[in-house]
Write a protein of this length. Structure first.
Length: 306
């Protein structure tokens, strides 16, 4: 009875945040608050955030919970030039002062103040290379199947985790992950650094996609889950079929299982997902296929483009 009761009680945090016009995302052991403002309104915004956190602290105290000040972080996000030319205020919580940080971890993804993912990709690359070095020492004692299992568990799973946020990133950023995949492929195949046919090894033998295609693959899979209603509503609302629009239901695109694409924000999911979905062949856009067969067909489609 304790678990469901706590889940029902913490749902009241949303009402507390709404009173201060603050957006809130709550997870099992983490609560994130979001505010948007111009650089001239940072003083009033930080005060509003302080009042919101004070009310949340009072609510937690009344429900036998405790706000962990030591794990509270503040991140001001903006353009790189704005961050260099402007000094952002700190967060004052009673006697504690939370100074702004340059990086913050959100569900395992390191978000920088300038909204770049350089720090995140660097951390993933370092961790993957560490595991690959450990695997290299024992590779001779493993079969190909065992080595492939270790690579998928410790390397490719990290490369693919939340990789949708990498869509539209500069090639210099995604190249770090591409080098990780290249080394992993060479370790599995037992080839050397300067041996040729690495592309053939990855695509034809291992059936691996390049990093940009892996990003697109994950985004399209997520879009399909939105269409079959297996994701939360706030994600499903970003993928609207053309056939459900009254003013467009008679267009040819409505019969082709296409989605409505918004005209702003190329990297936001509400634009990225429908745009990639509409670029697929009509046969793949049919949602009547089960998820497993769709994933195989989608991967085959990307491999055929090489």
């Amino acid at each position: 009875m304790l678990g469901p009761r706590l889940i029902l009680d913490t749902a009241d945090l949303t009402d507390v945040a709404k009173e201060h016009r603050v957006t809130i995302h709550s997870f099992a052991d983490d609560t994130q608050l979001y505010l948007h403002c111009c650089h001239d309104d940072t003083a009033s915004t930080i005060i509003r955030l302080e009042h919101c956190i004070q009310d949340i602290n009072q609510w937690m105290a009344g429900n036998r919970l405790k706000l962990n000040i030591d794990k509270t972080e503040l991140l001001w996000a903006g353009t790189r030039r704005l961050l260099q030319d402007f000094t952002f205020p700190s967060l004052q919580l009673a006697v504690d002062v939370i100074t702004p940080k340059q990086h913050a971890r959100v569900l395992g993804v390191v978000i920088s103040a300038d909204l770049s993912l350089v720090k995140h990709v660097t951390n993933v690359s370092v961790t993957c290379f560490h595991h690959l070095c450990q695997l290299l020492h024992i590779r001779r004692m493993l079969t190909v199947e065992s080595a492939a299992t270790l690579v998928h568990a410790s390397v490719t799973s990290r490369v693919d985790y939340c990789n949708v946020v990498l869509d539209g990133s500069l090639k210099v950023i995604t190249n770090k992950l591409s080098r990780v995949m290249n080394v992993a492929a060479r370790i599995l195949a037992g080839t050397r650094k300067f041996d040729r046919s690495l592309t053939q090894l990855m695509h034809d033998n291992l059936h691996w996609l390049d990093v940009p295609q892996r990003v697109k693959y994950k985004a399209i899979i997520l879009t399909r889950h939105c269409l079959i209603s297996t994701v939360p509503h706030y994600l499903a609302a970003d993928c609207v079929p053309v056939s459900e629009m009254t003013q467009r239901c008679y267009l040819r695109s409505a019969a082709g299982y296409q989605l409505v694409v918004r005209s702003f924000g190329l990297r936001v999911f509400s634009v990225l997902g429908p745009r990639l979905w509409n670029s697929l062949p009509r046969l793949l856009r049919n949602t009547n296929h089960n998820t497993t067969s769709f994933g195989h067909s989608l991967k085959t489609y990307f491999l055929s483009e090489y």
